[in-house]
Each structure stands twice: as structure tokens, then as C-alpha cells.
Write a protein that binds this ligand. Structure first.
Ligand code: PLP
Length: 421
């Protein structure tokens, strides 16, 4: 599949897509089976076009941006800003100025907590989160609540791992200042009806922040349709280099927020004792940014656009549906999250009897099936599930039904080793 054609592949041809990913085409060595990579929820692999975009930047036009009045710097600035336009279009932002480049989702959420939060949250104010948040969407609000005296409340889950919308309504009746929630749970795979939650939250007068770390890479996301105030996501989970991330914010809100960090690039005028700020988004991009990584993110967005995000979603729905069907056959299997593939994204968490997830993952690694084991940065959710950890398989555009078969075979190996089957 070549991105240059700009022709959406319909439907997605995962086998052809795989050819674009050098890491998936390595020789595994004489004693290893071919790699099945099922950890894209942690970080996706990178297609050649992204690797080449990064390489090209460093080889041909590496320079600091925005201030250089010479050709290399102008070229780098142009590509960096072009990436911002691509990202803005990708998420349906009204303007590229609404997209701030940050390092990752974590930084984006901390930025909002420490700027919008400090300006708008007062003692006694309520911030509504959910029980299934990643630590990145819990801890920044805990820090803010500690500083301001605000209160935190968490939407409960239904038994099959969805958000309890009646409980949300109860919390909304208490007039929260902010509702911040994940669009897709990185541990359960649950796909949240973000537009509906956003609608209810706004009707209650709350600001809305969506953690899009697991949604923007996997399904069409449109900030105007979601009508959210903020959306945070990471480039490295959507084919781009580590070090690239985005905070989307409505322009009027970003303009009203104080800066996060002070320094070069974010200023208009500096005097010895006071300064004024640059326009958004530069106001939030202090210091030298990760220029090559942002350009790589632009290349990743072009690659995903060429596939078509509707097809990305359809493909994952198919692979996850097949995974759910096959996994229930494995003796000792406990699956977490909704069993309906339409209600989840490309993440499947499970436990196998009482085998520790780290042991499961180590045995799977012996079969060259790469999965993650642990609390997945969702310790409160693990407590809610009554487990210390799960094994998590996560799927993306390059995964196939054959990868699911390899996963299931490897789980049978784990069961044999532990005498479960
Ligand atoms: N939110 C969710 C739902 C995630 O899955 C992750 C990462 O796994 C994050 C936030 C944090 O992302 P990052 O480590 O790129 O900041």
C-alpha cells in the first residue's frame, strides 16, 4: 500500500499494510516464529513513510524553526506547520490554531489542568472523571484538587465495563465545572459514547475534556461533532514517532488560558520584570519543539487518511469480534469489558485461570506474540475489577485474524505449561 496514491483501500488490506512496516518484516531468527505484535495500545509500530519523513528531516532540512531567516529553517517551519494543519483537519478542528503540539496525552492533560484548571477551578468545585481513566487523566486532576480544594467524583461502571450514565446524570446534577473522560478505555477496550456524554455535560454547564489517546488512532474523531472543549492524544499510538502529541482546545478557551511554561517562542515582548504572550498555539509551545516528530506525525496522518478512518474502525471491529469469539474457547479465560465488538475498540484484556499475567505474557513472548501485562496505568480500574493485573492484546491496522489464531494457540501453550488444559 502506498500513501502517495491517496486512494482509500476498501476494505482495509492488513496483509498489504504489513509490508509498509519494516519492523514487522524482520527475520525473527532461526528459533523464533514470525512476530505477532499485539501491543499497539501502548505504542504502535511505524510505517516506512513515517520513518522516512523523520530521516528526511534530519538529513535534508534539520534546523530550528520559526526564527531562522534561511532556507533550511523556513523549510522546517513550513513542514512543522503543515503537520499542524494535517492534524487539525484530521480531527475536524475549526482552525489549525486550536492544535498545540505537546509530547503526549499526559502533557496535554497536565497543560489543561495547570492552566485552564488553575484559572477556573475553585475550592468546593466538582470535577467529574470516571473509574476507568488512565492515570494520565486522574493524577493531574488530583494535583489540581489538592492545590485548589476542588472535589473529584468518578462515574461508576456497569457490570460489563461501560459507563453508568445514570450515575453520570447524578453527578451532573451537582453542577460540575469539568467532565474529563476517556473516549476508549485502554484496559477494557470500552468505546464510550463521547458525543452523548459531552452533550449532557455541556447541558449541565460543565467544560468537557476527552482523552483521545485510544480513539484518535482507531476511529474517526471529529471535535466539532463531539463538541468538546479539549481533546488530548499521542502521536506514538497512531504510527508517529514518540515525542509527538496534540492538545486540541477551542480557540477562545486557549486564548483565555495563561501559559503553561515560560521561555522562548511563547512570548510577544519580554522586559526584565514582565512579558506578554504570543498568539495561540505558540503561547503553549515554549522552547524548541520536537520538530521532526511533529513532521512524522503529519506523515502518519497522511497515511491514515489514505486508508480512511472508517475502514480502520471497520477492520478493528472485525479482528476484535473474531478475537472475542476465539478467546472464549480457551479454558480458564476471563474477558473484561463489553463482549459486543460494536461497543469496544481494538483492545482485549483477559486473565487465564490464576496464571499471573506476567507469566502469560512471558509464555506468549516465547511464541513471539507480544502483549502487555500489568495494570496498564489504570490501578483504580483494576481494583474495581478485583484483580491486580490483566493480560492485554491490542490490535491495529496491521493485525489480522491469523494474528488472533496465533494468540489463541499461544494461550493454549500457556495453559499446557500450567496444567490447565
Ligand atoms: N490515556 C489513555 C487512555 C492511554 O491509553 C494512555 C497511554 O497508554 C495515555 C492516556 C497516556 O499516553 P502517553 O503515555 O502517550 O502520554
Amino acid at each position: 500500500m502506498q500513501t502517495q496514491t491517496n486512494q482509500p483501500v476498501t476494505p482495509l488490506d492488513a496483509a498489504a499494510i504489513r509490508a509498509d512496516f519494516p519492523i514487522l518484516n524482520q527475520d525473527p531468527g532461526p528459533d523464533r516464529k514470525p512476530l505477532v505484535f499485539l501491543d499497539s495500545a501502548a505504542s504502535s509500530q511505524k510505517p516506512a513513510v513515517v520513518i522516512e519523513a523523520l530521516d528526511d528531516y534530519h538529513r535534508r532540512y534539520n534546523a530550528n524553526i520559526h526564527r531562522g531567516v534561511y532556507q533550511l529553517s523556513e523549510l522546517a517551519t513550513g513542514r512543522y506547520e503543515q503537520a499542524r494543519h494535517l492534524v487539525a483537519d484530521f480531527i475536524g478542528a475549526a482552525s489549525h490554531r486550536e492544535c498545540v503540539f505537546v509530547r503526549n496525552t499526559t502533557e496535554a492533560i497536565n497543560l489543561v489542568a495547570q492552566t485552564w484548571g488553575r484559572r477556573n477551578i475553585r475550592v468546593g468545585d466538582l470535577i467529574v472523571l470516571t473509574v476507568m481513566e488512565h492515570h494520565s487523566n486522574l493524577v493531574p486532576w488530583q494535583i489540581l484538587a489538592e492545590e485548589t480544594g476542588a472535589e473529584l467524583a468518578h462515574v461508576r461502571l456497569t457490570p460489563d465495563g461501560r459507563l453508568d450514565l445514570d450515575h453520570l446524570d447524578d453527578l451532573l446534577a451537582r453542577d460540575p465545572k469539568l467532565v474529563a473522560f476517556t473516549h476508549v478505555s485502554n484496559s477494557l477496550g470500552t468505546l464510550v459514547d463521547a458525543a452523548e456524554i459531552s452533550r449532557r455535560a455541556r447541558a449541565a454547564g460543565a467544560a468537557v475534556l476527552i482523552d483521545g489517546a485510544q480513539s484518535v488512532p482507531h476511529l474517526p474523531v471529529d471535535v466539532r461533532q463531539l463538541d468538546c472543549d479539549f481533546l488530548a492524544f499521542s502521536g506514538h499510538k497512531m504510527l508517529a514517532p514518540m515525542g509527538s502529541g496534540v492538545l486540541y482546545g477551542k480557540k477562545a478557551l486557549l486564548e483565555a488560558m495563561p501559559p503553561y511554561m515560560g521561555g522562548g517562542s511563547m512570548i510577544r515582548k519580554v522586559e526584565l520584570t514582565r512579558s506578554t504572550w504570543a498568539d495561540v498555539p505558540a503561547k503553549f509551545e515554549a522552547g524548541t519543539p520536537a520538530v521532526g516528530d511533529a513532521i512524522g506525525l503529519g506523515a502518519a496522518v497522511e497515511y491514515l487518511n489514505a486508508l480512511g478512518m472508517d475502514w480502520v474502525r471497520e477492520h478493528e471491529r472485525d479482528v476484535v469480534g473474531y478475537a472475542l469469539e476465539r478467546l472464549v474457547e480457551v479454558p480458564g479465560m476471563t474477558l473484561y469489558g463489553p463482549l459486543d465488538p460494536a461497543a469496544r475498540s481494538g483492545v482485549v484484556s483477559f486473565n487465564l485461570g490464576d496464571i499471573h499475567p506476567h507469566d502469560v505474557a512471558a509464555i506468549l513472548d516465547g511464541e513471539n506474540v507480544a502483549v502487555r501485562a500489568g495494570h496498564h496505568c489504570t490501578q483504580p480500574l483494576m481494583r474495581e475489577l478485583g484483580v491486580v493485573a490483566t493480560t492485554r492484546a491490542s490490535f491495529y491496522i496491521y493485525n489480522t485474524r491469523e494474528d488472533v489464531d496465533r494468540l489463541v494457540e499461544a494461550l493454549h501453550v500457556a495453559n499446557r505449561i500450567f496444567g490447565l488444559a
